[in-house]
Design a protein. Structure first.
Length: 425
C-alpha cells in the first residue's frame, strides 16, 4: 500500500461483491470489505476485512475514520444502501443520498406519498392496521397483495382474495416490519419490468429495461420470478414514460449522481403503474447487463462514481438501453424438502448459451424458506445474439431441470415462459 493509494470500503462480502473487489484492486485501490458475515466470499480477495454487522453504522463509521478511508460503496440490497448512506454521513464520506431522503425510497408509505405529489400512477394501495382491517380495506379490489411497510425482499408478502384472508395473514406480515401498519395494494396483472438507471449530472441514463416474468405456483403467494430478460421486448412501448418518472423521482429525492432503479407494470390499456423505486442496483441480475451490452459493467460504474465522475459520464455517454445482445436469468425456487439428486443443470460449454449456473444446494441438504435462507435453489444465466435463441433454450432448460427428493418428487416450482401476444398485436 502506498501513501497516495485510494482506500475503499466495500459494504458487503457475499458472492455478488467478489467481482467488485477484484475490479477495484485492478485499478490499484486498497480494498476493505465489511459486513456481518465472517466467511463472506469477497473477504477472501480483499486487502483487509472487518466482521461488523452493517446495521452498526457507528462502529463502521469509526472503522472508516481509523483506516483513513476516502471512499465507500455498496449495492444490490436495500439494507446495504440504507446503511451505506448512514455510514457515509457519519464518516464524512461522499454519498449519493442523505438518510432522510433515502427513507422516501425505503418506507412504502412515504414512497406512495411522494408518488401522489409527483402525480405518478401506482396500483391502488392503503395502509391497514390490525385493529381496523375491514374498515381500512373498504373499496379495495381483490385479489390484493399485502406486504410489510418497510421490510425488504419477499418476506411477509401474500396474494389474497378477501378481507378474511387478510385477517388470517396480517400477523405474519407485521412480524416482518417495525411499523404499526402493513400495505395492501390491488394486484396488478400487467407486464412487469425492472429498469436500471444511473443518474448523471441530474439526468437519468437508462442502462436497461428488463422483462420480469413470473409463474404462479403456490396458493396465497405472489407469483415467483422465474425469468428476467434483457432487453425487454417492450422497451419502445415503455421507455419514454418510465424515464420521465425516474427523472421526477431523482429530482424529488435529490439524486444528482447515483443509482435509481424502478420496478413497474404496464399494459396497452392502462399505461405505466409504478411498484417501487429503489436507491440501489438490483441484485442477482446486474451481471445480465454486462452480458447483453457486450461489456458495460455495474462494477465499473460503481467505482467510477466513487473516484472518477468524468470517466463515468464518458462511459455512459450515448449508451443505448436496447442493448447489443440478449441475456436472461432463469430462477428456480423450490418446495421445502431434502435434496437427493439434481439433474439437468446447464453449464457453460455444453452447447447451450449458458454463461454461468449456480446451484445452492447439494444432495443431503434441506431446502427451507426461513429468513436468511438461500433465495433460490438454482440460478442460471444465458446470453445469445437473439431473443429467439434465449426463448428456445429457456423452454429446454425449464423442461429438463429437476431437484429430486428421496421419493423422486421434483422439489422445484414449475416455471413457465410468458407470452407477449396481447401487447404486440
Amino acid at each position: 500500500m502506498t501513501d497516495d493509494q485510494h482506500r475503499l470500503v466495500i459494504l458487503g462480502s457475499m458472492d455478488e461483491f467478489v467481482d467488485l473487489v477484484k475490479r477495484a484492486q485492478s485499478r490499484g485501490y486498497y480494498v476493505i470489505t465489511c459486513d456481518g458475515y465472517k466467511d463472506g466470499p469477497a473477504k477472501t480477495f480483499s486487502d483487509k476485512s472487518y466482521t461488523i454487522d452493517v446495521r452498526d453504522t457507528d462502529a463502521i463509521a469509526m472503522m472508516c475514520r481509523d483506516e483513513k478511508v476516502d471512499g465507500i460503496i455498496s449495492s444490490f440490497s436495500d439494507v446495504l444502501a440504507e446503511c451505506l448512506v448512514a455510514i457515509a454521513e457519519k464518516a464524512g464520506l461522499p454519498s449519493y443520498l442523505t438518510p432522510d431522503r433515502l427513507r422516501l425510497l425505503r418506507d412504502k408509505g412515504l414512497m406512495k406519498g411522494m408518488f401522489d405529489e409527483l402525480d405518478i400512477p401506482y396500483p391502488h394501495s392503503v395502509r391497514v392496521h390490525q385493529a381496523t382491517v375491514e374498515r381500512d380495506l373498504s373499496g379495495m379490489r381483490f385479489p390484493c397483495v399485502i406486504k410489510p411497510a418497510n421490510a425488504y425482499g419477499s418476506h411477509g408478502v401474500f396474494l389474497l382474495d378477501s378481507v378474511d384472508e387478510v385477517v388470517d395473514h396480517i400477523d405474519r406480515t407485521m412480524a416482518c416490519s417495525d411499523s404499526d401498519y402493513i400495505i395492501a395494494e390491488e394486484y396488478d396483472d400487467g407486464f412487469e419490468f425492472n429498469m436500471m438507471t444511473w443518474v448523471v449530472n441530474g439526468g437519468p441514463v437508462v442502462l436497461d429495461i428488463a422483462d420480469r416474468e413470473k409463474t404462479a405456483e403456490v396458493a396465497h403467494v405472489t407469483p415467483h420470478v422465474s425469468r428476467i430478460v434483457y432487453p425487454s421486448r417492450l422497451t419502445d412501448e415503455v421507455l419514454a414514460g418510465a424515464r420521465d418518472i425516474v427523472e421526477r423521482v431523482a429530482r424529488y429525492v435529490g439524486i444528482t449522481n447515483g443509482p435509481l432503479c424502478m420496478q413497474f407494470f404496464w399494459t396497452p390499456e392502462r399505461g405505466i403503474r409504478v411498484c417501487e423505486c429503489a436507491g440501489r442496483i438490483f441484485g442477482y441480475e446486474h451481471e445480465l447487463l454486462e452480458y447483453a451490452s457486450d461489456g458495460l459493467s455495474i462494477e465499473d460504474i460503481l467505482l467510477d462514481y466513487v473516484y472518477d465522475r468524468d470517466a463515468l459520464s464518458a462511459r455512459l455517454a450515448g449508451h443505448d438501453c436496447h442493448l447489443k445482445n440478449c441475456a436472461a436469468g432463469l430462477y428456480f425456487h423450490g418446495y421445502e424438502g431434502e435434496v437427493a439428486r439434481i439433474e439437468g443443470v446447464p453449464e457453460p460449454g455444453d452447447g447451450s448459451p449458458t454463461v454461468e449456473s449456480h446451484v445452492y444446494y447439494e444432495a443431503g441438504e434441506t431446502i427451507s424458506h426461513g429468513v436468511g435462507d438461500k433465495p433460490y435453489v438454482i440460478r442460471t444465466y444465458l446470453s445469445a445474439p437473439t431473443r429467439e435463441t434465449i426463448d428456445e433454450w429457456t423452454d429446454r432448460i425449464f423442461g429438463g431441470i429437476a431437484v429430486l427428493d428421496g421419493d423422486g418428487r421434483n422439489l422445484l416450482y414449475r416455471n413457465a415462459r410468458m407470452s407477449y401476444a396481447r401487447a404486440l398485436r
